[in-house]
Design a protein around this ligand. Structure first.
Ligand SMILES: *Cc1c(COP(=O)(O)O)cnc(C)c1O
Length: 401
């Protein structure tokens, strides 16, 4: 019989979110009357706003007409790539440096193909699971050693270093995943920190994959929204971004990846040319309907709706954060990101997860699922209906008893 890809066996204990869903199901089965509220997964909950939604509907309608019909669009609609450059990068990126995708997570997985299984990978610890699990799947990391994956350089982001890692830990010639605003901690890098990261990547001959999926949640104008605010990043960084969290496109599926023309491998070959090749080989482009929605989202009215939707979730975050603070639970995040990272000193994350589920019937995410440094933390997500978030915040008061 055909054998299994050995890399799959190296993934430890299943993916975090299915495990949370399983525990929720088990609790619900044992307590059928419980009204469980989720502040757990990072999935959006609010309807797509009207202008953007009209763009999606119109995109679908056009496909039913001779004039409006379109087939494959490879790297994405030119108009959308130009609009992304204008809105997010002050027009400084060429359309050929922007690749439209079906989402940031999918591209993070595919980007690993550029570097293969021999790459050294560094991640913020804690971090969004796909950076590490994708590295394990391609053979760049694993197996699990008990505290982390072999081959992964974990860069602890802790209370002590204010959630910015010690850059002297960076490996040479590696791939560095960096997410800001961060999922799960909610921390956002300052311009000075980002410049230091880019400088360190240049000096170590590394490439940064910068995940800016939450950039539209940044409200402090001093904080950088893209790594390309640092000029030198053109020679050492790729950026992934998405319409999922700002426009509620988690189920629509639309994102983009920036691969600058100046980005080169050790041998001088163009990373941009290789990425174009990979997209044409195993991807074939994002949905035309989703792209029509994306174009509407980047019109002035759509941008207003993005602001409105992200403001709504930030309002939830504020409620959660002040609820936790009134219980003297120390936490960060939630001001420029939809996540709140709460500390329960000396305790096991899964044990706190179970306590919150049992006492409050609220589902959260155990911090240890995001990496070793997440132990003793819980991530609260601001994605939820307002009434549910208010009810959950009220129930959290039971934790003090
Ligand atoms: C939600 C999320 C994404 C996923 O985006 P999609 O475009 O929906 O695939 C990427 N990165 C981070 C950090 C996320 O939290």
């Amino acid at each position: 019989m055909i054998t299994r890809n050995p890399c799959i066996a190296n993934i430890n204990a299943g993916y975090l979110f299915p495990e949370i869903a399983k525990r929720r199901r088990e609790y619900a089965a044992a307590h059928p009357a419980a009204k469980i509220i989720s502040l757990g997964v990072g999935n959006t909950t609010e309807p797509i706003l009207p202008h953007i939604n009209r763009g999606l509907v119109e995109g679908a309608r056009q496909l039913g007409t001779v004039e409006g019909y379109s087939g494959y669009s490879d790297e994405g609609l030119l108009a959308l790539r130009e609009r992304i450059s204008a809105v997010f990068y002050q027009g400084e990126l060429g359309a050929d440096e922007i690749f439209i995708s079906d989402g940031a997570k999918c591209d993070i997985g595919r980007l690993q193909l550029l570097f293969g299984g021999g790459t050294t990978v560094a991640v913020q610890d804690p971090s969004y699971p796909v950076y590490v699990d994708g590295s394990v799947l391609i053979g760049a990391a694993g197996p699990w050693s008990g505290t982390g994956y072999r081959g992964i350089t974990y860069l602890p982001c802790t209370v002590e270093n204010d959630y910015f890692p010690d850059l002297s830990l960076l490996p040479k010639h590696g791939l560095i995943y960096f997410c800001s605003p961060n999922n799960p901690t909610g921390a956002v890098v300052t311009r000075e920190q980002l410049a230091a990261l880019v400088d360190a990547a240049g000096k170590t001959g590394s490439i940064i994959i910068f995940d800016a999926a939450y950039s539209e949640y940044i409200r402090d104008p001093k904080l950088p929204k893209t790594i390309f605010e640092i000029g030198e990043a053109r020679t050492c960084a790729i950026e992934v971004n998405s319409f999922s969290k700002p426009a509620g496109f988690t189920g629509v599926r639309l994102g983009w990846t920036v691969v600058p023309r100046d980005l080169k491998y050790a041998g001088g070959e163009s990373v941009n040319a290789d990425w174009s090749r990979i997209c044409g080989t195993i991807f074939n482009g994002a949905s035309n309907i989703a792209q029509a929605g994306g174009l509407a989202a980047l019109e002035p009215e759509g941008l207003k709706e993005i602001r409105e939707l992200s403001d709504f979730y930030l309002g939830n975050a504020k409620l959660i954060r002040s609820g936790l603070q009134s219980l003297n639970i120390s936490c960060v995040g939630g001001d420029n990101s939809p996540y709140i990272w709460a500390q329960f000193p000396g305790r096991d994350s899964w044990e706190v997860f179970a306590e919150i589920l049992e006492k409050c019937q609220v589902v959260t995410t155990p911090g240890s699922g995001f990496g070793p440094a997440g132990q003793s933390f819980i991530r609260f997500s601001a994605f939820g209906h307002r009434a549910g978030v208010e009810e959950a915040c009220g129930r959290l008061g039971k934790l003090s008893r």
